[in-house]
Write a protein that binds this ligand. Sequence first.
Ligand SMILES: *Cc1c(COP(=O)(O)O)cnc(C)c1O
Length: 370
Amino acid sequence: MAVPMLDLKAQYAKIKDEVDAAVAEIFNAQQFRGGPVVEGFEAAMAAYLGADHGIAMASGTDALLIMLRAVGVQPGDEVITTPFTFFATAGAIVNVGAVPVFVDIEPDTFNLDTGLVERAITGKTRAILPVHVFGQCVDMDPILEVGRKHGVVVVEDAAQAVGAKYKGRSACTLGMAGALSFYPTKNLGAAGEGGMIITNDAQLAQTARVLRCHGSVTQYHHDEVGVNSHLHALQAAVLRVKLPYLDGWNARRGEVRTYYDEQLGGLPGVVLPTVADFGDPVWHQYVIRLPRRDEALTLLQSRGIGCGVFYPKPLHRQKCFAHLDCRHAACPEADRACGEVLALPVYPELTTAQQDEVIAAIRDHIRACA
Ligand SMILES: *Cc1c(COP(=O)(O)O)cnc(C)c1O
């Protein structure tokens, strides 16, 4: 039995009628840009997270970029972040003209090591951009404290953590603003690309709205140069259908995680994902560490089991960042994680029979390692 890494066809089969009707409505209305469906989804998303404002964009990458600009990150500023994330996090920092400063991760949660953040602050630090990697929140309180102490804004990359909680509050509402992605493989995925900035700050929301529309407050009048980045109405329609299902889907991901934990726990050399006690993750990925990772990857692939390495190369080792000042670029935990991690299939539609195949393959690999 093939076990795909993600099965969006199975998801679509369950909501096809609703999705198709919502898409047809957009075609009937012929309003593809802005309008009540986009605005309705912005409001629904903000309400779901318990925030005041949602500003939709064409992608999570654009949401990060516009968010950084909207909070005042300027060319030459430094932004502290993690090297163990999808490239977009650091790419957005560079594309606003700022410099990413990489701080190492905690080996157990793979998230930014909060104890290392303060020593990375310099006179040029303008923002801290933690990433809630694999759907688990970073320990935000110590980071917010460092931010307050040094007058540095804290903004979140919540692309992998829609619906995750930190001490009862939603990821993406913990700092001054947060960025979401609706890339198809995310926990809440569009039928294409999409992203959103979430904030409680009305001024910041307004700035972001202006920046996403070529910097114009009044049409054809531009006080600054922005970009053109909008969530397509078709995407908003699909996302609005999916949002009410999100909590159920995330809960089902949690059950998949529990079963993996039960079945893989105690295998020699296998390190299961750690959950910090302050959080409630949404299992965007289920990532284990294991010996001879590349051999495990090959074995699973040979059996038609989808799996992935997130991430094979930390950002501080990317060629495009080779020129960076390496004061803070020593990230041994991120280096080590890149050699040991393996992401197993985790999604709501995954069956127990499929999970058993994954588990059997991991057990066979560990036996071969002995
Ligand atoms: C997916 C992702 C992004 C970028 O989102 P896009 O919608 O693909 O542009 C940014 N950061 C992280 C951590 C992501 O996983």
